[in-house]
Design a protein around this ligand. Structure first.
Ligand SMILES: [Zn+2]
Length: 305
């Protein structure tokens, strides 16, 4: 058994994962609001409870987090960066968790964990090169090649959410959009739930949550449907840059907006128009796992022993 924990902005979900990818146990608790030390406590508590539930020897522990660990500070500690749960930024999360637990863990970005879960046990099981994308509260990405996560020296591989949108996407929004990272017009400002909400507001003057826009579009509401059509173009154009760079066998979408069914029927052909090949073979897939993907991928940070 391996333990995987997904530290989310609102929930901490921990699982015991069997060698064949089944979830044997699951624990879900609320993430303490904007308090770092309480978050460490809650995270370690979930891990301790899962260790007790496993009847075997001590399990390996993988943790998926928002953001990433940065290079080390003057005390040799890796500090968190780029988290949209900003109370984690600048904190030595891995160090503090391991100090409390008394053993080593592996920690990765939640989009990386998502990509790994789909490559190891999910929709991309038979694909060699996989780009996993989360379009939800934020926009993240992870790269898995031959079931191995590609991370890189800056620990940002796949962080395409903070590339600037192509000019062909900038044309589809009314005005520049500020990103929480301090830059302007990042892919995330257009492709996240908040981005979709903003696009709908710009087009119609009506403020609706992304889930509501998606629901209305599926019931044939023409204004919502047009916003989703524009979103499909935006996503296709942003993803085409990934295909030109990485040429993945499969792109798997995750996060709240991955439930929009039109994405799978419309984005591939729209994307092919912008990709530097004829007959684009890259497949766009819905995820196999829903909310559990972060925890499954976190468990997969360790090999099966
Ligand atoms: Zn940004």
């Amino acid at each position: 058994m391996r333990i995987g924990v997904d530290l989310g902005g609102t929930k901490i979900e921990g699982i015991l994962l069997s060698p064949t990818g089944e979830i044997a146990e699951k624990i879900r608790v609320d993430t303490p609001t904007q308090n770092y030390l309480d978050t460490v406590d809650a995270l370690c508590d979930v891990i301790d409870r899962l260790q007790e539930l496993s009847s075997s020897k001590k399990c390996t522990v993988g943790i998926g987090t928002p953001g990433a660990l940065s290079s080390t500070n003057e005390h040799g500690l890796e500090l968190m960066k780029n988290c949209n749960s900003i109370c984690l930024n600048g904190e030595p999360l891995k160090f503090d968790v391991e100090k409390r637990l008394g053993y080593t863990t592996r920690m990765e970005n939640d989009a990386n964990c998502f990509a790994l879960s789909e490559a190891c046990y999910g929709a991309a099981l038979s694909s060699r090169t996989v780009f996993g994308v989360i379009v939800g509260t934020g926009t993240g990405g992870g790269i898995v090649i031959d079931k191995q996560l590609h991370t890189g020296p800056n620990r940002i591989a796949g962080e395409w959410g903070h590339n600037c949108v192509p000019s062909s996407v900038r044309e589809l929004i009314a005005q520049d959009r500020e990103c929480y990272c301090g830059r302007k017009n990042c892919n995330e400002t257009v492709l996240s739930g908040r981005g979709l909400k903003q696009s709908h507001l710009e087009r119609t003057g009506v403020e609706l949550e992304a889930t509501e826009i998606s629901r209305l579009a599926s019931t044939g509401n023409s204004a919502a449907n047009e916003t989703i059509q524009v979103y499909c173009k935006q996503l296709a154009r942003c993803l085409s840059t990934v295909v030109n760079l990485l040429d993945p066998d499969m792109i798997v979408l995750g996060g709240g907006l991955s439930n929009i069914t039109q994405l799978y029927t419309q984005v591939p052909s729209l994307m092919a128009e912008h990709v530097f090949t004829e007959n684009m073979r890259t497949i766009l897939s819905a995820p196999k796992f829903g909310d559990a993907s972060g925890a499954i991928g976190a468990a997969c940070l360790w090999p099966i022993d």
